[in-house]
Ligand binder design. Structure first.
Ligand code: NAP
Length: 288
């Protein structure tokens, strides 16, 4: 039987530390601030943005929410980002993706000042991550690494298999595991022998977005299994890629959905905002 990697409980613990650090920075006259921009009325995005606002408020981080109508032009959005780039109260800027189709998301990503890019999607921050000296790492993979550390999972010398190669999850996940001295295989929709690849994994990370994708026969006995996906099953219930009841008896550690990776993603956004605040005020990370 696998031990459950309880992201919800660990995230609550992390938030206490974040609250203390935000209070310390505020006392020094540098209250950390996050701006979140939402364009349009995507219901899932509205929930994510509300949660980000709530998290900031709970931790003493200044939160500025910009909810713009669907018909906002690319130019108007870029103008707002320019204002936020120059606003001293704002240390971190996040544009909730996806943006409406008439807006070029890459242009938006590149319009955020890299030092305020708490999502770490700007090519400058991708470059820092790729060369092994990240100042921010994308929230989901960074949260997974933090959760692994909490549960004593060290990728060094392990075979890590990441299913998915998106810029948001799969690729940065693979880079972070590599940095931690894992031997990394990235699988995707054109991988012909997916099951064989997965069966070699000491650490298996699934970020596909398909319910029931990872079955028990794809998992090696004793593997650590991280389920990144947030899917809805036929009853509308939140679930991951992993067939939990098949995989859990074989795994040594496993993340549940919900309550695994999701809460860690939220925590890392707050941590990146603190990092941005320290960087912009030329302060050391107290953990270093
Ligand atoms: P994405 O951009 O759609 O990427 C999905 C990846 O899965 C792609 O690389 C795709 O391969 C691969 N894939 C699809 N079908 C496959 C197959 N049959 N065999 C092997 N690989 C296959 O999604 P994403 O943004 O990375 O997100 C992935 C999942 O994580 C989603 O469920 C999303 O909701 C969830 N998510 C969760 C969090 C969190 O905080 N928990 C955060 C972000 C995302 P190709 O590249 O070849 O198409």
């Amino acid at each position: 039987m696998a031990k459950i990697m309880d992201g919800k409980a660990f995230a609550a613990k992390c938030k206490n530390q974040i609250r203390e650090e935000a209070a310390r920075l505020t006392e020094m006259g540098h209250q950390p601030g996050l701006a979140v921009v939402l364009v349009g009325e995507n219901p899932a995005s509205q929930v994510y943005v509300r949660n980000k606002d709530k998290d900031c408020r709970e931790c003493g981080i200044y939160s500025a929410m910009y909810t713009l109508p669907e018909e906002t032009s690319e130019e108007q959005l870029l103008e707002l980002l320019d204002v936020l780039n120059h606003d001293d109260k704002i240390n971190g800027i996040l544009v909730q993706l996806p943006v409406p189709k008439h807006i070029d998301s890459q242009k938006v990503i590149e319009a955020i000042a890299p030092i305020k890019d708490v999502d770490a999607f700007h090519p400058t921050n991708v470059g820092y991550l790729t060369t092994g000296m990240p100042r921010f790492a994308p929230c989901t993979p960074a949260g997974i690494v933090k959760l692994m550390e909490e549960y004593g999972v060290d990728p060094a010398g392990k075979h890590c298999v990441v299913i998915g190669r998106s810029n948001i999850v799969g690729k940065p996940m693979a880079l972070l595991l590599l940095q931690k001295n894992g031997t990394v295989t990235i699988c995707h929709s054109k991988t012909p022998d997916l099951k064989e690849q997965c069966l070699r994994a000491d650490i298996l990370i699934s970020a596909v977005g398909k319910t029931g994708f990872v079955t028990g026969d794809m998992v090696k006995e004793g593997a650590v299994v991280i389920d990144v996906a947030m899917n809805r099953n036929s009853e509308g219930k939140l679930c991951g890629d992993v067939v939990y009841e098949e995989v859990e008896p074989k795994a040594s550690l496993i993340t549940p959905v919900p309550g695994g990776v999701g809460p860690m993603t939220r925590v890392m956004l707050l941590e990146n905002t603190l990092t941005a605040c320290r960087l912009q005020n030329h302060m050391e990370d107290p953990a270093c």
